[in-house]
Design a protein around this ligand. Sequence first.
Ligand code: G4P
Length: 534
Amino acid sequence: MLDTASNRPDLPSEIARRRTFAIISHPDAGKTTLTEKFLLFGGAIQMAGQVRAKGEARRTRSDFMQMEKDRGISVSASAMSFDFREFRFNLVDTPGHSDFSEDTYRTLTAVDAAVMVIDGAKGVESQTQKLFEVCRLRDLPILTFCNKMDRESRDTFEIIDEIQENLAIDVTPASWPIGQGRDFIGCYDMLNDRLELMDRADRNKVAESIEINGLDDPKLAEHVPAELIDQLKEELEMARELLPTLDPQAVLEGHMTPIWFGSAINSFGVKELMDGIGTYGPEPQPQQANPRHVAPEEKKVTGFVFKVQANMDPKHRDRVAFVRLASGHFKRGMKLTHVRTKKPMAIANPVLFLASDRELAEEAWAGDIIGIPNHGQLRIGDTLTEGEALRATGIPSFAPELLQSCRAGDPMKAKHLEKALMQFAEEGAAKVFKPTFGSGFIVGVVGALQFEVLGSRIELEYGLPVRFEPSQFTSARWATGEKQPLDAFINANKQHIAHDHDGDTVYLTRLQWDIDRIARDYPDVTLSATKEMM
Ligand code: G4P
């Protein structure tokens, strides 16, 4: 039995040891560095989730990766699995740039917890706040890592206050920094009464850990300068008086976040954080679905697609659907039902993004993320079961905030363009609308940078130069309703009607006034800024 803050006591041990989580942070706070250290301590050396391609293909792919690198963003999310102590961690990487928030949002539907990384000098930054709000919508438990403590940082109380105030969540210190900036020597582990000392000389060395018998232990003086001991005692006394103590249940419910202080680059505080994820992060949680929720301990396998990545290798037009297993014990070769099409699918080559590369997944359990290579059958929001007609819910698609019309540089290639755009739409990289009037396509994204990425990918992966041009529309809404009122609405607004890649009706406009007018004139038609992906 694992000694953890469980809220689901009856799980099989293989499921109970899984921790599936994402890291949320503002760019530059140290997410990449922390991920590397996780993998280092988890025994995986190289980042997984990146597919090795050969020769020419490798060059093309690395060109694309170069674009990611130049911009300092990670365009696509991937999953990595590694073991730490008795736990199996599944870390789902989220793109940090705000232009990719929809992808990030969906990634967060596939995890049970999030690690929030903040920069000790900067505190809660805009992107952290945005991502935090998304986690809050799902009451995700959040563990906080305050990074870069080896540099000048803010006062500890000030950092904690800022999180409490800006994010409206209780913060409880799991560790307490000793000294500041150049004088920072390590942390006092408040959960285990230990002294953790940072080694500035060797960045990959794990901190030295010294058991202490309370703050009056004379051992403290052997390692910490006298003036810092006085300061530490004073601060800890205040902290214990003013700040809430760790309540594992409140953490699981997302009302309280424990905070660890450290320095990812110096490998400091990372193991304590990993222990914290094991102990206070939840095991795989039930999945919302229709007509019933799915519990992880159910014997039968259920999974849902939260991300599709196409053309990881441009030579092979392959796609990988990232599936979060919601229940059961999956074995390679299993036949699962693709609920949307009711067709059976033999899952012959599932991949697990383990250790240094992707590997065939011989088995996987609820909580794991597996990649299923396919030729386009699997879409975001799809559910796989052992036959039951269940559909995972809560995986939304957002109305794009920017629209542009898209044309092939060569008009003879319009069909090719359609194919490419549909593929990106299914991957979730953009919304593609085909207006009922006129030719061409309208492409919608959440952030402007996505147009550039899309343009480069269409050119790289399909050899098709494309042009994006301003569109006469600026907003898109999905229109739903009973057939009769919906048809009447469509007929009266033909110039504004388009269809998305699923064939669903979309209303395009440039005026909020139009949207309000329709709400008034067509009370039986609903215009919506989100759509459940199915
Ligand atoms: P991100 O993924 O959140 O964007 O952050 P990333 O890990 O790339 O870290 C951003 C910068 O902060 C990097 O420096 C990284 O080395 C540095 N960094 C990360 N953790 C720490 C830490 O604990 N202490 C200090 N002092 N710096 C840290 P860079 O100059 O942008 O890149 P590089 O030249 O170091 O690779």
